[in-house]
Design a protein around this ligand. Structure first.
Ligand code: TRP
Length: 457
């Protein structure tokens, strides 16, 4: 272990890296699907409220704790109260499981880039193509290992030379790609209908299901609840203003989600409207290739879209790996290289289980909720349910309780104000949100998962 802790070389580097972590498959693939499923503008409006009230407070809380502690997630909790290290460990556990399967999905994205490069031949049936591919035993695992290896290469280069440099390079490219795709989509004939759908709010459609889905999406999209932002916060310099940085991260993440919403919803309305409610896992891989096939220069834009998805996934996966590496190398005194290889190797193996259970092998695990009772589900589904419905919200809940009631908002506010220019006039509002509103909101996600059996991803 070195004595001098690694850090971001610049504030903009930090903002782009944190935005890179937040902007991922969640924004570009899940968000537009949910907008479609939950009726367009209504969902967008509720989502925006959740991001501003709850997302902002939790993100600021995590980053502040990290900068104060100058340690990995578990170390940060332990520094303030020995018995709370478990809360950090929950985050580490969910980051470990999430990256195992995030990398498998990243591998699917790579495969699709390859398919577009070699002529976009989906054999005439994108459903059969996708289900056939993910159910095969070897190919998806090879792509998964390639994706994991790429993540490893970045993390091995370190915080500033690896993660920060990559984010500075990939985030602007990602942005330009998305702009190009959006312009293509909104200029298709029939796209106006999509825009109308996105911006029409119908308050009578707001119900508990929609609110909880919007909240779950906000958490996932902002990378909250895994302690990753605690680790990223620990690399931030004392001069930076935290509320300003958090606002920029939030704005970037939301802007990219909205832009992909516009692009995808318009493209779907202009080509095949019936696909609009078909959210879920297959949406990007089954519905969208059909959408691209029906538009002028579709193969080109299809290829660009999967390239965009790949960059988004890569900047998120490297943040997950970095959080884990910081934990293992600092807590167990392993070198960064050893920790990286050990972690990536074990996640590659766990990811194989996720991949194989998509159809190649009947790998199942038990899962329980009140609505459905005890079930044996494919390992892949249980990994997603366990993180999205249980471990991630629990981690987020404990983080809020910890900061609001154990560390206390006053200490956090002092840390926030330490940053150069920050007056942080919202301090009392933030303290109230983090103590009362956020824990209640997160508890409702846990409740929805366990009692209503709702899958949140
Ligand atoms: N925010 C990422 C996305 O939108 C996914 C994600 C969820 C994540 N939790 C995370 C990424 C924690 C990094 C760290 O796809």
């Amino acid at each position: 272990m070195t004595n001098k802790r690694a850090g971001w070389a610049s504030n903009i580097g930090f903002i782009l890296a944190a935005a890179g972590s937040a902007i991922g498959l969640g924004n570009i693939w899940k968000f537009p699907g949910k907008v479609g499923e939950y009726g367009g503008g209504t969902f967008v409006l509720v989502y925006l409220c959740m991001v501003v009230c709850i997302g902002f407070s939790c993100l600021l809380a995590e980053i502040t704790l990290g900068r104060y502690a100058q340690k990995n997630t578990v170390g940060a909790f332990r520094l303030i109260h020995k018995r709370w290290a478990f809360a950090g460990k929950l985050g580490v556990l969910s980051a470990f499981i999430i990256l195992s399967y995030y990398s498998v999905v990243g591998g699917w994205v790579l495969k699709y880039i390859f398919t577009y490069l070699t002529g976009a031949d989906f054999g005439g049936d994108t459903t059969a193509y996708f289900t056939g591919f993910i159910a095969s035993a070897v190919q998806p695992i090879v792509w998964h290992c390639i994706f994991m290896a790429l993540t490893v290469c970045i993390v091995l280069r370190g915080v500033s030379a690896g993660l920060e440099k990559m984010s500075k390079l990939l985030m602007p490219v990602l942005f330009l790609l998305l702009i190009a795709i959006t312009i293509r989509a909104v200029t298709l004939s029939g796209a106006q209908e999509g825009l109308a759908f996105l911006f029409t709010v119908d308050v009578s459609r707001i119900n508990a299901d929609l609110i909880i889905t919007a909240l779950g999406q906000a958490f996932f999209s902002l990378s909250i609840g895994l302690g990753i932002m605690i680790t990223y916060g620990s690399y931030v310099s004392a001069q930076d203003s935290l509320p300003k940085s958090v606002s920029s991260i939030l704005l970037l993440d939301t802007f990219i989600a909205l832009l992909s919403g516009v692009a995808i919803v318009c493209a779907v309305f202009a080509t095949d409207k019936s696909l609009i409610g078909s959210g879920g896992g297959g949406f990007a891989f089954i519905s969208l290739p059909n959408v691209f096939a029906q538009m002028p220069a579709g193969n080109f834009f299809g290829g660009l879209f999967f390239l965009l998805l790949f960059f988004a996934a890569l900047t998120s996966s490297m943040s997950l790996l970095e959080g884990l590496v910081a934990f293992v190398s600092e807590e167990y005194g392993l070198s960064r290289t050893k920790a990286t290889l050990l972690l990536a190797g074990s996640m590659a193996v766990l990811g194989c289980g996720y991949s194989l259970s998509q159809g190649a092998v009947a790998l199942t695990l038990p899962w329980f909720d009140i609505a459905n009772g005890l079930q044996f589900l494919p390992m892949a589904n249980v990994m997603e349910l366990a993180t999205d419905n249980l471990i991630m919200p629990l981690g987020a809940l404990f983080t809020c309780i910890f900061i609001g009631w154990v560390w206390k908002p006053d200490h956090a506010i002092a840390e926030i104000r330490r940053g150069g220019s920050s007056k942080f006039a919202f301090a009392p509002v933030w303290a109230f949100l983090i103590r009362y509103v956020c824990p209640l909101a997160i508890a409702s996600i846990l409740f929805a998962g366990f009692v209503m059996g709702k899958a949140l991803s």
